[in-house]
Design a protein around this ligand. Structure first.
Ligand code: CP
Length: 342
């Protein structure tokens, strides 16, 4: 692994599969009475959050603590940022206290990239503006592999992508496998979504076929260069999707009227029970959260057995444990040392 994780494009297929496989190994810790490993004892992880977060901040904190790292939580609100301190000075101040990794969320696209040039430790992008959110994409990929693999959803003998062979079916050992041929439909506010960009990059690296569905006003100009297809018709895509990932309408980033009304948006791009019935039997529903229930996703869909939303949150901890473990040198342990720890 490289020193930093700024973009999903930083990961080769082999590196992405290594993160998923490492998370698979670490998942066993979550089921133990004492959910701690000594792997990062003596290391310090700073959560540097300039934007609000529930899932990402808490799961990075839980992940670092489960690996026995010391954690410093920094929120821009209530700090010297309010007095005008810059990102660089804040980061250097925290690093001077002895920091091995900075997990950063910032409203400015590119902030983690700049930060990586100033500090000596690892930088992990926990969401920058409308740019990227690579650990969200990793936990989404992990969840897809787990849910579809466990259901036999894309083995050749089950409904799913024709001729699929990457995941070997029910109770198969998923380690070493990608998402070849899995059809993922990502729906909603693509324009403002760092989750969409990171997922397009990562899922395509892992072999999935990604289709974006949105009103034309919510598709970015640069999308022509992305490794995915574009559609404006949700109903037409659902019948051939193994995964449908709904995105939040990000009102807080909107500077203009991108669609006539919430009612109109929901009618054309929302996922309700009638639309969910168009999905193949094995297909799953995802949402990175936070959700606008009743806008992009109906409550009955979010709470249905097809929904992977709670599993995504749970997997966020193990996948972030894997990222911290691999970036902070855990991968340098020998296989026998790792087995002894696990
Ligand atoms: N999915 C996600 O990034 O959620 P938070 O904003 O709560 O971290």
């Amino acid at each position: 692994m490289k020193r930093h994780l700024i973009s999903a494009a930083d990961l080769s297929r082999e590196e992405a599969v290594l993160v998923l496989d490492t998370a698979e190994e670490l998942a066993s810790v979550a089921g133990r009475p004492i959910r701690k490993l000594p792997t990062l004892r003596g290391r310090t992880v700073v959560n540097l959050f300039y934007e609000d977060s529930t899932r990402t901040r808490t799961s990075f904190e839980a992940a670092a603590k489960r690996l026995s790292a010391d954690v410093i939580n920094f929120s821009a609100k209530g700090s010297s940022v309010a007095k005008g301190e810059s990102l660089k000075d804040t980061a250097l101040t925290l690093e001077a206290m002895g920091t091995d990794a900075i997990v950063v969320r910032h409203s400015a696209s590119g902030a983690p990239h700049r930060l990586a040039g100033w500090v000596t430790g690892s930088v992990i992008n926990a969401g920058d503006g409308t740019h990227e959110h690579p650990t969200q994409a990793l936990l989404d990929a992990f969840t897809i592999r787990q849910r579809l693999g466990a259901a036999g959803g894309y083995s050749t003998s089950q409904p799913g992508p024709a001729g699929h062979s990457a995941v070997k079916g029910h109770n198969a050992d998923l380690r070493g496998t990608g998402l070849d041929g899995v059809r993922v439909t990502i729906v909603g506010d693509i324009l403002h979504s760092r989750v969409a960009r990171s997922n397009v990059l990562l899922l395509s690296t892992l072999g999935a076929e990604v289709t974006l569905v949105a009103p034309p006003t919510l598709i970015p100009y640069a999308v022509a260069s992305w490794p995915c297809k574009i559609s404006y018709d949700l109903g037409a895509e659902l019948g051939q999707s193994d995964v449908v990932m709904m995105l939040r309408v990000q009102h807080e980033r909107m500077t203009a009227a991108y669609f006539p009304s919430i009612r109109e948006y929901r009618r054309r791009y929302g996922l309700d029970a009638d639309r969910m019935a168009l999905l193949p039997e094995h297909a799953i529903v995802m949402h990175p959260g936070p959700m606008n229930r009743g806008v992009e996703i109906a409550a009955e869909v979010a709470d249905s057995p097809r929904s992977s939303i709670v599993a995504q949150v749970a997997n966020g901890v193990t996948v972030r444990m894997a990222v911290l473990y691999l970036l902070l040198g855990g991968a340098e342990e020998t296989a026998s040392e790792r087995e002894a720890l696990l």
